[in-house]
Design a protein around this ligand. Sequence first.
Ligand code: NAD
Length: 476
Amino acid sequence: MTQYPVIQLYIDGTWRQTAESLPVINPADETTIGKTPIATRADLDDALAAAERGFKLWSATSPADRAAVIMRAAAIMRERQDEIARAITLEHGKPFEQARLEVIRGCEFFEWDAGEGLRTYGRVIPSKPGIRYVVVHQPIGTVAAFSPWNFPLSQPCRKVAGALAAGCSIILKAAEETPAGAVHIARALHDAGLPAGVMNLVFGIPSEISEYLIPHQQTRLVAFTGSTAVGKHLTEIAARHMKPVLMELGGHAPVIVCEDANPVASGRLSAVRKARNAGQVCTSPTRFFVHESIYKPFTDAFVERAKAVIVGNGFDPATEMGPLANHRRIEALETLVADARQKGARVLTGGERIQNRGYFFPVTVLADVPDDARAMREEPFGPLALINPVSSLDEAIEKANSLPFGLAAYAFTDSAFNVDQLVQRVEAGNLSINTLEASVPETPFGGVKESGYGREGGAEGLSHYTVVKNVSHQMR
Ligand code: NAD
């Protein structure tokens, strides 16, 4: 039950250990369960050289053969889903069933992008006789990718799938605190027959790795998921070296609950969704703007369901929400709640850490939160919901758009007029109506404003991993 994989670097098709390491902590009991190796400069140089060879080989491999390897790796991860999910629950804390569903989602990203790799169509542009203009999409080169700790498997899956399906090689720096998901991806690809050097996995000191890999001439694309602050920093480094970036950054998702919505059903669903992954999701529903006519029944239903959420060890089948993934999240939530309370918000449930061992924090609901509370502007990245009344759809949309973020937004309404207004005016890369699901593999996912740029998944996802070449051919 408690086996945790040995974490190593994967470079040029082989696993390697390093002299220095970082501890991996189980957030449910604060015990050390493993060690994440710290890559040296020599390890990174080896990864870069391997990625150069890997790119030459992989970009010359047919899309069908590439897709076959990616599909085989997905099948292997599906077979190993319980083993992988156990490792994720150990290192991240989320309930085992949620970890298992994350593995399935990661496999779906692989499967979707494998299919898209077969469809990187070019086009022929109509021309006068004797000359032909043809547009082709070619793999961009080696990708330096950085994935976060909140979804240890599915986050890196997105980046690896996009790169490999497009014919790129990749150096992935996955999250040091939750390394097992990425290790399992590398194992599956290795066992599926991926040639050496095409995918390389490193861990270490994030700033040292990004500052070395991004400017390096071998790197052609920077793909990052994480906070807006770090995303801006990496984008600045990339810009200095004229490297394109794919940035999936923070959010602070608004939920607009219209006058015609069912307050009880939407309130209960919102509480359940808030608890998913303990709120550590960039699309987590956070700022609720509820029409004043249904504010009370919505809030009552939300609070009642939030109080009923069973918080505990992710291996207990009854658990609905595990601990937060690290101690920083506890500190961040305590600070945001204290600030909001001091500015006049009402704490309807939660607000304080549960016991002092393990990073457990309950679903916390704040009502009537003033606009100047920090929680209304800073992404809580935890199980914190902020519920405020509004008197009109216009007011709700204005408040929803008032932050620099624009990742996910949600609404509950059956009015065609409201839907049209929301589609026209809400500033977000993903708008979901009467559902709190922000994206699936076949839909493009990404942000506007400071939530980043570029899209992962959907028909758009591979475009960032390719470059366009126009060929003008004068026929003799
Ligand atoms: P953080 O900002 O220090 O780190 C965020 C991520 O970026 C981590 O994975 C980290 O390893 C990586 N990182 C940090 N500095 C880096 C650098 N110089 N080069 C390369 N990678 C670097 O914060 P944190 O405490 O780890 O996470 C908290 C915040 O991060 C949250 O508030 C949330 O906004 C954001 N976050 C977002 C997502 C997402 O899915 N968009 C996922 C995890 C975290």
